[in-house]
Ligand binder design. Structure first.
Ligand SMILES: [Zn+2]
Length: 342
């Protein structure tokens, strides 16, 4: 089967034929991947923002959808033929050992879940079954972007109706945060980005105000739009100055949620005195989402017609086009790109 492999950091992925492990071990599930999302985390992996990668060469990708083709011993939550979302946060079931693939005679590593491969051996606790009627392309977004977005709003920030929220970065995760805060009746919901295309899209998902920080002074504009500081400020960019700004624009009793991953070892500078009172700052780990609980309930909500994710996917490509798609994501030309695997 074909897979996109990270062979060397800061280099394009290598798309090649990889051999699937012959035996499914305890807790492992074989999934035919239908769609895989492309997320900023994979760019971070390729760029090596967390430092040297001791698992090279390895497979990657952490949000997807597919169909179960086989189950190993001990697997009870899914069976052959089930439609599933593949996610990186732990859900229900066994945490298996990680699979080892082969490229020629060489070992290719993989984590508990990978999705840039036509077939994947994944850990039972990294998949959640979904109704067969659910759109597989949109289902892939529930592996990371959507569950993280809702988790940030509901778990990390605990947004209440009428609270104000500012989100920096209107990519896939930022857009999901905007959608979730809009559904939670936050107001205003302000999106900040340097890209007009993303800001226009943010409006479709519920942003009530948008600021292009390449042309406008974001700090000043936010003050203009809010009668006071923000109740919640979220950074999805991981950029030091923007993380600091997010902290600054959240009010005396505001919450700052850092979602974007910073460069390894990079420090930020804040006036911590305010934290002795009621101001809070926290780093999010995937919105603290619990896929086994969150995916079914959010799917139900989507099926009820309360929201549509169709406009979140602004590009669909093939696995062979993955490096070009990664470049488009880097340049901010897509909200979410989804790879059609079969
Ligand atoms: Zn992700």
């Amino acid at each position: 089967m074909k897979a996109a492999i990270l062979v060397k950091q800061k280099s394009p992925l290598v798309v090649d034929e990889v051999q699937i492990p012959e035996v499914l071990h305890y807790g492992q599930v074989l999934v035919k991947v239908h769609y895989s999302g492309l997320c900023g985390s994979q760019i971070n992996e390729i760029e090596g923002v967390k430092g040297p990668d001791r698992f090279l060469p390895h497979l990657l990708g952490h949000e997807g959808s597919g169909v179960v083709e086989g189950v190993g011993p001990g697997v009870t939550n899914v069976k052959e033929g089930d439609h599933v979302v593949l996610h990186w946060r732990k859900g229900k079931g066994v945490e298996s050992s990680t699979p080892v693939y082969k490229l020629g005679g060489r070992t290719v590593n993989a984590g508990w879940v990978t999705t840039f491969n036509e077939s994947a051996v994944v850990s039972e606790n990294r998949i959640t079954p979904i109704p067969k009627s659910f759109d597989m392309k949109l289902a892939s977004l529930y592996g990371c972007a959507v569950t993280t977005g809702f988790g940030v709003v509901q778990n990390d920030a605990g947004v209440k109706s009428g609270e104000s929220l500012v989100v920096f970065g209107a990519g896939g995760t930022g857009t999901s945060i905007i959608l979730a805060s809009s559904l939670a009746s936050a107001y205003p919901v302000i999106a900040v980005d340097i890209n007009d295309f993303k800001l226009e899209n943010a409006r479709r998902f519920g942003a009530t105000h948008v600021i292009n920080s390449s042309r406008e002074d974001a700090r000043q504009k936010i003050s203009e739009y809010l009668s006071s500081d923000a109740d919640v400020a979220v950074d999805t960019t991981g950029i030091k100055e923007i993380r600091e700004l997010a902290y600054e624009v959240s009010g005396r009793e505001g919450r700052t949620i850092l979602v974007g991953v910073p460069k390894a070892g990079e420090k930020m500078c804040i006036d911590s005195f305010k934290l002795h009172f009621k101001k809070k700052i926290t780093g999010s780990h995937g919105g603290d989402s619990n896929p086994a609980y969150d995916i079914p309930r959010l799917l139900r909500l989507q099926e009820s017609g309360r929201f549509s994710l169709e406009k979140m996917v602004t590009k669909v490509c093939s696995l062979g086009e993955i490096n070009a798609a990664i470049q488009e994501l880097r340049e901010g030309r897509v909200i979410r790109c989804v790879i059609k695997m079969c």
